[in-house]
Design a protein around this ligand. Structure first.
Ligand SMILES: Nc1ncnc2c1ncn2[C@@H]1O[C@H](COP(=O)(O)OP(=O)(O)OP(=O)(O)O)[C@@H](O)[C@H]1O
Ligand SMILES: O=P(O)(O)OC[C@H]1O[C@H](OP(=O)(O)OP(=O)(O)O)[C@H](O)[C@@H]1O
Ligand SMILES: O=C(O)c1cccnc1
Ligand SMILES: [Mg+2]
Length: 580
């Protein structure tokens, strides 16, 4: 029979990986095509969670009578994070919740009166009080999708004043969400699909929102569970935990263990002194010829702590073994308690390593488990779960893979949740059309030149089933069709172009908020569905695009017509220099 991985066991109901719980989510998934959409998860996400200049611009638009000009903005990133060639798009549901509930309160309006210059007319504030997203449409790539620079993740269309007001908030909702989901996906890729990935980031996250949204989007990106109970309750993410060094060092002797009784797992009898039993097990291990060279005296306060923890959790005993000395004390003490549990019909879970050379300690611990299994016929000891933590990042995971290790599960905090390798994703929100007139933003840096026009985006697949290219076309152009040859051009580099005959064409945009047209909108999937979508998307990528080291860039292109138009507009808008 194939060995069950730690991850499988956890997914089977989480019985086998420490203390765990899979309580139901407090929030039902957001309403989809019908019904009301709940407010953003974080109550701080209000219309005032924005930069002041959005409101001053709103005033100037209103003063000029431009407030209802029909505007189209694209939200896009220009560069993939972490030196990679892909990004996982996340944060869409929160944007839709924000738009659906966008309304200034009376208190907001009163506050704005105090901060806006006194010249601002009263009529503006009355106007602002009535502003909502009932005339706004949001089209977007599905949340959890793999996406690429320049292809807008969101297209927001509506009255200029209100779609301008959405800018900062939707950026803050998408930037970190997509960054941390991508980080999680990268950790998953290098760790391997058979490993259990636990997110332990809350204590190091950038504040409570970083903690909560970090847990959510790490789960979306491929982590299996979190230590964060609020995120567990709110989103239905499985929660897991072990114990800390403080628990171990809080014990000084066995005298602290008062209630020493432990009923056998089948309830048939009771062991009156479990402490004595663990001490006897340790003695037996010390006397076993095959284990003698491994260790001598162990730390007894550590053994007391482990024994006490096992009395509290006989069915889920997992021990942190590096408080004093991993191989001379932690692992033998753990095995003594695990053997005592075994005698009473319980199966211990395993250990957590939190310092030192994780490869070496995991390999040595596994050898010790196997030796104990052999010596005492303790079935299952050889494959007890080894969890590793301590400032782990992508490079550590890669190094561990190269060295060889026996780790089944990783607990990862700081480097994951803070996105230590790259702390920000640079999504921007750019005006691309106003009243049907395409607009462009020029820059010395060609990567910063915007692609004008209200656009449609398609992913074109080749005959081997992989995506070949993402193609942007003007909204008025006919869509590319499977089996039909189409010229795909790099948006800015004249010589980079290719004819593509797609085997399949996937339209990337769906409508997630349809204020003005009242068109049916896509349902908002549950977090579990987003996670599954993300997993499938990552699996479907060509391996050279998603490898960690020197990945191949994915092609993002525009139609010939859009290419010509971009360059026409560019020449039109760029002033001609004069040399003297
Ligand atoms: N075999 C390994 N290969 C590469 N990196 C490793 C390996 N084992 C551990 N690491 C990493 O090396 C770093 C060890 O850090 P450091 O020396 O500060 O910790 P430590 O002294 O072992 O533990 P602590 O300071 O928490 O008691 C951690 O980032 C850890 O993830
Ligand atoms: O290392 P991270 O990836 O951030 O994972 C979370 C860390 O948090 C805990 O201890 P903490 O760091 O609070 O104390 P310690 O460093 O002394 O173990 C845990 O033991 C991990 O080491
Ligand atoms: O449960 C754990 O082991 C844990 C949780 C958070 C941080 N470090 C470890
Ligand atoms: Mg630490």
């Amino acid at each position: 029979m194939a060995e069950t991985s730690a991850r499988d066991s956890a997914e089977e109901g989480g019985r086998n990986v420490g203390i765990c719980g899979d309580g139901g989510a407090r929030e039902a998934p957001a309403a989809g095509g019908s019904g009301s959409i709940p407010p953003p998860t974080n109550p701080l996400v209000t219309p005032l969670l924005t930069d002041m200049y959005q409101v001053t611009m709103a005033y100037a638009y209103w003063k000029a009578g431009k407030q209802n000009d029909r505007a189209v903005f694209d939200l896009l990133h220009r560069k993939n994070p972490f030196g990679g060639e892909y990004t996982v798009f996340a944060g869409l549901e929160e944007c839709v919740r924000f738009a659906a509930n966008f309304r200034f309160t009376d208190a907001d309006i009163e506050y704005l009166r105090t901060v806006m210059p006194p010249v601002c007319e009263d009529g503006f504030f009355s106007f602002l009080k009535a502003v909502d997203c009932s005339e706004v449409d949001i089209h977007a790539i599905a949340e959890g999708s793999v996406c690429f620079p320049r292809v807008p993740l969101l297209r927001v269309e509506g009255p200029l004043l209100v779609v301008q007001l959405l800018e900062t908030t939707v950026l803050t909702l998408v930037n970190y969400a997509s960054l941390v989901a991508t980080n999680a996906a990268r950790f998953r890729k290098v760790a391997g699909h058979d490993k259990l990935l636990l997110e332990f980031g809350l204590r190091r996250a950038q504040g409570p929102d970083g903690g909560i949204s970090g847990s959510k989007y790490c789960y979306l990106g491929g982590f299996d569970a979190t230590s964060n109970l609020e995120a567990g309750q709110r989103f239905g993410i499985p929660v897991r935990g072990t114990h800390s060094h403080a628990f171990v060092s809080s014990y000084m002797s066995f005298d602290e263990i008062i209630d020493r009784k432990l009923q056998r797992s089948d309830g048939s009898s009771t062991c009156e002194d479990f402490v004595l039993l663990t001490m006897q097990c340790l003695k037996r291990m010390q006397g076993a010829p095959s284990l003698q060279h491994w260790f001598g005296e162990t730390n007894h306060s550590e053994l007391a702590a482990f024994t006490s923890y096992a009395l509290a959790f006989p069915t889920a005993f997992q021990a942190l073994v590096d408080t004093y000395d991993v191989l001379k004390s932690g692992v033998p003490n753990f095995c003594a308690v695990a053997l005592a549990l075994h005698e009473l019909g319980f199966k211990a879970v395993g250990i957590r390593l939190d310092s030192g050379d994780l490869s070496y300690f995991s390999v040595e611990s596994r050898k010790f488990f196997r030796a104990v299994e052999k010596e005492f016929g303790a079935q299952g000891f050889g494959n007890m779960v080894i969890t590793a933590s301590n400032d782990i990042n992508e490079d550590t995971l890669d190094a561990l893979n190269k060295q060889g290790h026996e780790i089944d599960a990783y607990g990862i905090g700081t480097q994951l949740i803070t996105c230590y390798k790259q702390p920000a994703l640079g999504c921007v929100y750019k005006l691309v059309e106003i009243n049907g007139q395409p607009r462009i933003k020029l820059s010395e840096d060609v990567t910063k030149v915007t692609i004008p026009c209200k656009k449609q985006c398609y992913r074109l697949y080749g005959k081997e089933g992989y995506a070949l290219v993402d193609l942007m076309v003007g909204d008025d152009e006919s869509p590319p069709r499977a089996g039909e040859r189409i010229l795909c051009r790099h948006p800015f580099s004249e010589s980079r172009r290719a004819f593509v005959v797609p085997s399949r064409v996937e339209p990337l945009y769906k409508c997630y908020w349809s204020g003005s047209s009242g068109a049916p909108r896509e349902p908002l999937p549950s977090l579990e569905e987003l996670r599954e979508h993300c997993r499938r998307e990552l699996e479907a990528q060509r391996s050279d695009h998603v490898r960690a080291f020197n990945p191949t860039p994915y092609k993002v292109s525009v139609s010939a017509k859009l290419y010509d138009f971009i360059h026409f507009l560019w020449l039109n808008e760029a002033p001609v220099g004069e040399l003297h």
